[in-house]
Design a protein around this ligand. Sequence first.
Ligand code: GLV
Ligand code: MG
Length: 319
Amino acid sequence: MVDRQRPRRSCLAVPGSSPKMLDKARGLAADQVFLDLEDACAPLAKPEARKNIVAVLNEGGWGGKTRVVRVNDWTTEWTYRDVVEVVEGAGANLDCLMLPKVQTAEQVHALDMLLTQVEKTMGLEVGRIGIEAQIENARGLVNVDAIAAASPRIETIIFGPADFMASINMKSLVVGEQPPGYDVGDAYHYILMRILMAARAHDVQAIDGPYLQIRDVDGFRRVAGRSAALGFDGKWCLHPGQIEVCNEVFSPRQEDYDHAENILDAYDWFTSEAGGKRGAAMLGDEMIDEASRKMALVISGKGRAAGMTRTDRWTPPED
Ligand code: GLV
Ligand code: MG
């Protein structure tokens, strides 16, 4: 069984047409890289980009990073060649394919079937390579539940804000920022929550898309902080300068991590024989119960996955 819940706090976009950037990406601290054959690759550069990607995947040196290739969407003429060339050439060194502009569950089925054929032909383990689905227009969003459930290969649902804004005629050119004239809330809240609900309902990860003002690190931190606060698992980085902030924003704060671990320890003790078999108890000024344990498990899971260590430890009362 493949573990489809991989670390994905930071997902770095790397144009497949740039051997220099592909090479550099190997040494960066992103949890995931995705080597792009879609919008960061000009149409005339795509055949060469496929070759670059196969070469760099097979060369290795990616550490523990999740290795993903973004193919072109099914409305183009490029998708099948992207899949066949990349998976035949480097299928054993690839974790997932990313499918952009997904609108229906059938588009996921089509990729799943094509992948299965290539895996069989090449003697690769059938079903190991996962699928990441980008939601980038209204049709994709209204079908997001079916898309999340479309294949056991699905690992993430990704919000593609740039294409999405264009597809709904949003009156703005600045991805991630509020459209001018809308001052009564967050224009992206519904979309983010819709994607998050579909992801959680189907046990797959929810990933936020790019922030294009790559020199504005504070802006990136602010926008990333919103989706992280809602519960998203990670966000795209378009530039190495966004990676460190992204890893930080999608990891728990140290005090929250310590607190979560303490809740788990305290709840374990209070519910035990020695702790009086209590279902609800006080941890300092805070009442904790089974629901607190579940919330703490989420934060501790994220902290442990990020390699955090405790700086504070709860101990049971003396008598
Ligand atoms: C990403 O693909 C986007 O369109 O935002
Ligand atoms: Mg897009």
